[in-house]
Design a protein around this ligand. Structure first.
Ligand SMILES: Nc1nc2c(ncn2[C@@H]2O[C@H](COP(=O)(O)OP(=O)(O)OP(=O)(O)O)[C@@H](O)[C@H]2O)c(=O)[nH]1
Length: 744
C-alpha cells in the first residue's frame, strides 16, 4: 500500500534541506541551479542569482534535464570557464518588474487571446424571443422567455469558464432584452449605433442575424457615430474593411450634426461671408462633414477646375470614394432611413403606416445625441452616465418616419483585458479599484509629449540604462498628473494616483485623449493614430506647446495657458465633470451608481433569499465589482414609508450609526477622517413595509447634511431581494459606491 505523503514530512533528508534552505516563509525563496542560487524577492517579484561560496556536493551532482534561458547562459559561461562578472555589470540590462504591467497583455498574449476569441466568435449570441402564437397565454410566454434567457446565460457562462475568455459585462436583465425584442419586431430598419473609436467592440453580429430571423425583409445598418474623432485616412481604412466584410455602414457624428443645426439656426439672421459669423461657422462645419480642404488638395466640394473633361472620370471615382467616407448630415441620414426601409412591411396600402427605425446600441455610444440631432431640439435627455435610457421610446420624426429608441444595452462580446473595457467606457471609471491597467493602456497609446503638453506636466521616466522602456508607465504618468494638479493622499502628502487616474481615464473615454482602433489586419495601432499626434496636424498653438515641453521643468503650469485640448471643454463637459466628481467635499455627486444599474429580474424571479456571503458575491458580480472589495453593511429600518412608498428622510440611520459608534456598524467608515472610498452593499431590513416586496419605493437615506435617494440612478442601485428576517419583513439591498470626504 502506498502511504499518503504528509505535507509536514519529517526525517533526516527534510531536516537537512530545511536547515540549509529554510522553510521559505518570510525569507527570499531559493532555487538551486548549477550556476548558483536563484532567489526570488517576494516583495518585488524579481529573480536574482547569487553564487554560493561553497556548494554542497549534491548540488553539483544533481541531474539537470531542462534549463531556463538564464540558467543555460550561466552554465554555458561556467562550462566555458568565462568570468562574466565584468560583463554582467556592463551589458546586462535589468528590466524591472514594474515596467511590465501585470494587468495588460504582451503582444504575444494578445495574439493568443484574439486567436481564441476568433474560434468561439459564433457563440456570441443575443437571446431570442421564444416562438409564440395566439394560443400562448401571457403566463406561458413569460415562463418561456425566462427559460430562454436562463438557457442563454448558461451557454455564455459555460463559454466563458471553459475557455477562459473575458467578456463584456453583457446585459442580464430580461426586461431590457424584452425591450430590444419589441424594438426589433416593430422596426423596418434596425440601426446599430457604434462608437467610431472601436466599432467592432460595440457591434453585435448576431443581432443582425436575429433581425433577419425575425423577418427577412427587415434591414440592418451600422451607424458609426462619433466619426468626427476619426481622420479621413482612418475612415478610409474602416470603409475598406466594412465593404470587404459586406457590412452596411455609414459614418455619422451627432456632435457635428448638432453644431450644424445650431449654426443653421443662428445663420438665418446673420450676414454671410463675414469671418467668425454663424454663416462662416456653418460653412466650416459643412466642410468638416464632407471632406476637408487639405485632404481634397484645396478643392471645395462641387467646385470645378481646369481640364474639366479629363478630370471628369477621376472626379467620378473620387466622388464614389468620398461617398464611402462621408459623414452624413441629419437630412442625409433621414433620407437614408427611408431608402433603406423595405416598403412598409405588413402595411395597409390604403393607409400606409410610418417607416419604423429601431435605434440600438451600447450605453453612451450616442443614441440620445443622434436622436436629438435628428429631431433638432432637445427632447430626449442626454447624459454621460451609462444607462440613462431605460425603456424604449417612440419619436415621430416626420409624417413618414417613426424612431424607436431602445435602452442602451451591452451585448456579449469578447474583450482582451478589463483595462480595455474601462478605456472603451464599457466598465465605469468610478468603480475602479485597479487603475494601473487602464492607465497603462493610455500610457502605451498616447504619446508622452502629447500628454505632457495636454496637461502641462513633465513625466519623469526611468532612463533606458536603468531598465526603462522609453514609454512611461501608468504610475509615472499618474504621479506626474497628481503632482501637477496638487492631488495628494490625505495625511501622507504622497501623490494621489487613484484620483489622477479618474481624470486621465475620463479624458480618454471622452475622446480628449484620442486613440482609435484600426480595423483587424496588420495595421500597427500606433501608426494608425500617428496623424492625430503629428505636429503638422496640430494647430500652431499646440505645436508651440509641444516644443515648449522639451524645456519644461517640474513646475506645474496651468492648463489654461495651453490651448491645445483636442475637444475644447464646453459647458456640458464642465457640467459632466461636476456631476462626475462632485463640486466639493461631501457633495451628493460623490455617490455614484454602479454601471449597469438595473432591477435584476433574476434576483426577484427566484424569490430565494441568498445567504449573506453568496448574496454579496452575486450582487458584486452583477455590478461588476470585485466581491473582495465590497463591504457588506446591514441596518434596520422600522419607520413606515408614506402613501407613496417614500421613507421619511428624518430617520437618518447614517447619523444614528455614526453617533452611536458601535464597532462594526454601517456608519463606522464615515467616522474615519479623510476621504472614504468604497463599494458597499447595504441591506436595509424594513419591518414596516412587508407587502411591497418588488417595489422598494423610494429609499431616502442621509449622512450629515447629505441625503441620497435610491430612485435617483445617479446615487445608487436598489435591488429588492425579497422577504427575509422576521415575519413579513422585507430586505432591500442597495448597492452603491461611496466616495465622500469626511474632513479632518
Ligand atoms: N465627439 C462626439 N461625442 C459624441 C457624439 N455623440 C455623442 N457623443 C458624446 O457621447 C456621450 C454619450 O452620448 P449619449 O447620446 O448620452 O449616449 P446614449 O447612447 O444615448 O446613452 P444611453 O442613454 O445611456 O443609452 C455624451 O457625452 C455625448 O456628448 C459624437 O458624434 N461625437
Amino acid at each position: 500500500m502506498v502511504l499518503a505523503k504528509s505535507k509536514n514530512a519529517v526525517g533526516l533528508g527534510n531536516s537537512l534541506m530545511n536547515d540549509r534552505f529554510g522553510k521559505g516563509k518570510g525569507a527570499d525563496r531559493k532555487k538551486v541551479t548549477t550556476a548558483g542560487i536563484h532567489r526570488i524577492n517576494h516583495a518585488t517579484g524579481e529573480t536574482y542569482v547569487t553564487n554560493e561560496r561553497k556548494e554542497a556536493s549534491w548540488v553539483k551532482m544533481r541531474s539537470v534535464t531542462e534549463q531556463a534561458a538564464l540558467d543555460e547562459f550561466l552554465s554555458t559561461a561556467e562550462l566555458a570557464g568565462t568570468d562574466f562578472t565584468a560583463e554582467k555589470m556592463n551589458n546586462v540590462k535589468i528590466i524591472h518588474t514594474d515596467q511590465k504591467n501585470p494587468y495588460l497583455l504582451s503582444a504575444a498574449e494578445e495574439r493568443a487571446a484574439v486567436g481564441k476569441q476568433k474560434a468561439h466568435r459564433d457563440r456570441l449570441t443575443v437571446p431570442r424571443r421564444p416562438h409564440w402564437d395566439s394560443t400562448t397565454t401571457a403566463d406561458q410566454l413569460d415562463r418561456m422567455e425566462r427559460d430562454s434567457l436562463l438557457e442563454w446565460r448558461r451557454g455564455l457562462a459555460e463559454l466563458q469558464e471553459n475557455n477562459d475568455l473575458l467578456m463584456t459585462p453583457f446585459e442580464r436583465n430580461l426586461e431590457v432584452w424584452r425591450q430590444l425584442w419589441r424594438v426589433i419586431e416593430r422596426s423596418d430598419l434596425v440601426v446599430q449605433i457604434v462608437d467610431a473609436r472601436n466599432p467592432l467592440l460595440f457591434r453585435s453580429e448576431d443581432l443582425e442575424r436575429y433581425v433577419k430571423d425575425v423577418d427577412k425583409r427587415k434591414e440592418n445598418l451600422l451607424l458609426v457615430n462619433k466619426a468626427d474623432m476619426l481622420t479621413l485616412e482612418q475612415r478610409q481604412s474602416w470603409a475598406v474593411y466594412f465593404e470587404e466584410a459586406g457590412i452596411s455602414y455609414k459614418f455619422f457624428s451627432a456632435s457635428l450634426a448638432k453644431e450644424l443645426n445650431e449654426a443653421r439656426e443662428e445663420s438665418e439672421d446673420d450676414e454671410p461671408d463675414v469671418p467668425g459669423s454663424s454663416a462662416s461657422k456653418l460653412a466650416d462645419i459643412t466642410q468638416k462633414l464632407t471632406i476637408n480642404d487639405n485632404e481634397r488638395g484645396g478643392k471645395v466640394p462641387g467646385e470645378k477646375q481646369e481640364d474639366e473633361d479629363e478630370d471628369e472620370d477621376e472626379d467620378g471615382e473620387k466622388e464614389a470614394e468620398d461617398e464611402k467616407t462621408r459623414i452624413l448630415t441629419v437630412d442625409e441620414l433621414e433620407a437614408l432611413f427611408l431608402l433603406h426601409a423595405p416598403d412598409n412591411i405588413d402595411s395597409d396600402p390604403e393607409n400606409p403606416r410610418k417607416t419604423q427605425i429601431g435605434l440600438v446600441g451600447y450605453p453612451n455610444v450616442g443614441k440620445s445625441s443622434t436622436i436629438n440631432a435628428l429631431i433638432g431640439a432637445k427632447k430626449v435627455s442626454v447624459s454621460s452616465t451609462p444607462g440613462k435610457t431605460k425603456h424604449f421610446q417612440t419619436i415621430h420624426l416626420s409624417d413618414k418616419v417613426l424612431l424607436c429608441d431602445c435602452p442602451g444595452l451591452v451585448f456579449p462580446n469578447f474583450a482582451t483585458t478589463k483595462a480595455e473595457l474601462v478605456c472603451n467606457g464599457i466598465l465605469p471609471i468610478d468603480q475602479l479599484r485597479e487603475f494601473t491597467g487602464p492607465a497603462g493602456l493610455v500610457a502605451k497609446r498616447i504619446p508622452q509629449k502629447f500628454l505632457e503638453a495636454m496637461y502641462g506636466m513633465k513625466i519623469q521616466t526611468r532612463p533606458l540604462e536603468e531598465g526603462g522602456t522609453g514609454v512611461p508607465t501608468a504610475e509615472e504618468i499618474l504621479t506626474a498628473y497628481a503632482k501637477a494638479r496638487g492631488f495628494t493622499r490625505t495625511g501622507q502628502g504622497q501623490p494621489d494616483e487613484s484620483r489622477a487616474a479618474r481624470y486621465v481615464l475620463k479624458d480618454y473615454v471622452n475622446g480628449k485623449l484620442l486613440f482609435c482602433q484600426p480595423p483587424p489586419g496588420d495595421i500597427d495601432p500606433l501608426e494608425f493614430n500617428r496623424e492625430l499626434y503629428d505636429e503638422g496636424h496640430l494647430p500652431e498653438k499646440r505645436r508651440l506647446a509641444l516644443t515648449d515641453m522639451e524645456s519644461l521643468s517640474d513646475a506645474p503650469i496651468s492648463v489654461a495657458d495651453l490651448d491645445f485640448i483636442r475637444l475644447p471643454e464646453g459647458s456640458k463637459t464642465k457640467k459632466l465633470d461636476g456631476a462626475f466628481f462632485g463640486p466639493g467635499q461631501g457633495s451628493r455627486g460623490h455617490l455614484k451608481m454602479p454601471f449597469n444599474h438595473k432591477y435584476t429580474e433574476q434576483g426577484t424571479a427566484s424569490g430565494k433569499q441568498l445567504s449573506g456571503r453568496k448574496q454579496k458575491t452575486m450582487l458584486a458580480l452583477e455590478k461588476d465589482m470585485d466581491p473582495n472589495d465590497v463591504k457588506m453593511l446591514t441596518t434596520y429600518y422600522s419607520a413606515a414609508p408614506d402613501a407613496n412608498g417614500v421613507f421619511p428622510a428624518t430617520s437618518n440611520f447614517w447619523n444614528q450609526e455614526v453617533s452611536a459608534d458601535n464597532a462594526g456598524d454601517p456608519g463606522d467608515f464615515l467616522t474615519q477622517p479623510g476621504r472614504q472610498v468604497g463599494s458597499y452593499i447595504l441591506s436595509i431590513r424594513n419591518a414596516a413595509n412587508p407587502t411591497n416586496v418588488n417595489d422598494p419605493g423610494e429609499l431616502n437615506f442621509a449622512w450629515g447634511n447629505e441625503t441620497w435617494d435610491s430612485t435617483n440612478t445617479d446615487d445608487c442601485s436598489v435591488v429588492p431581494v425579497g422577504p427575509s428576517g422576521g415575519a413579513g419583513a422585507t430586505t432591500y439591498t442597495c448597492v452603491f459606491q461611496c466616495d465622500v470626504d469626511v474632513g479632518q
